[in-house]
Write a protein that binds this ligand. Sequence first.
Ligand code: GUN
Ligand code: ZN
Length: 425
Amino acid sequence: DAPRRWALRGDLLDFTAAPAWGDVDATAVRFDRDHWLLIEDGRIVGRQAAEPDDTWVRKDHAGKLVLPGFIDTHVHCPQLDVIASYGTELLDWLQRYTFPAECAFADPTRSKRGAEVFLDALLTSGTTSAVVFPTVHKVSAEALFEGAAARAMRLVTGKVLMDRHAPDGLRDDVVQAQRDCIDLIDRFHGRGRNAFAVTVRFAPTSTPEQLAMAGALCRGDASLYMQTHVAENRAEVEWVAQLFPDARSYLDVYARVGLVHERAVLAHGIWLDDADRRLLADRGAQVAHCPSSNLFLGSGLFDWSGAPFNVSLASDVGGGTSLSLIRNMGDAYKVQAMRGERLTAWTALHAATRGAAEALRLGDEIGGLSVGQAADICVWDWAKGPVAEARDAVARELHERVFAWMTLADERNLAACYVAGQRRV
Ligand code: GUN
Ligand code: ZN
């Protein structure tokens, strides 16, 4: 168990605002080399250059990079074993690999073990908060809530809603699904660090009646989150247009029932038009950008530079190929490079920390290293191995150094991970 009062030393890096696109000299970056964070009862209570006195237990991570824990805004717990599945695009990939894997989570033992392995894997990747898809089974959401509570992690999840176009054993119905959601909200939403998300898998797997029920849940309680997928793949967009001929767009299927609001997290958003993009901004919703998934499934190149709405960074494992948001930052840079754009380390890192926290309306609690915030803190080696060490040694300024880190580092660089002040890795 962690001491009540302790202090951590290292190179502190976080953000005081959103860095502007392309600005490598961003003033929004707060970098305090060789500083101390003071931690009491799981929260940050001070920051200082001077070594604290003997009433503080000291953990010396001098020379290492200290960041707020990452926030993965879109990831699938039951898809850990689907990661790295060969050869298909989204719709075929779902049928061939993903739905069969999710069927197994009907079993409570599988759900519990799956949640524990998954949450521990997030922590070893430096992710301390996440917005997570379980499966259609209520027990899979319960297992995640209970596993997160045991680790004191900030977690947003909710049972997946899907009542059509899915195999036997992976469909619910409107009445039972509504009952399950209400029960999960009563037992877990706002308890400790857990929050409930109305979780529509995507438009094709819900009937209009189920979408209406999901919208009614959101309209009835503005503190609920909503998570779904939107405009990920061209064949998917085509299919949605056929299923919902009277909707203006894919996004409109969600918007017209009340699912697009300031606590809505929509994954991908690659194939949106200008009206959709404007609507997301006006409603205060966010897109979870999933670069490794978009590359791996051949989905497309997300237009980040022109986005008027909040953009956070997400792994989308098992479509994504790594839980590490550092690896996903590296992939995000390459996606933008293919579009002729340049993603700064600041915009990437902000999207994985403060940007995600603010978009989730959790900016007071997570995503930074300010006094009053939860002590969700990761300590990183600046470089691991001879190539990265040599590159780090020749970096001349901070952006260059952090960019090389973001491009070369991964979960093996994690030296320590604290959640609410407790050491977990
Ligand atoms: N669209 C609907 N379901 C899924 C899923 O599980 N993963 C991804 N990447 N897209 C989806
Ligand atoms: Zn997904």
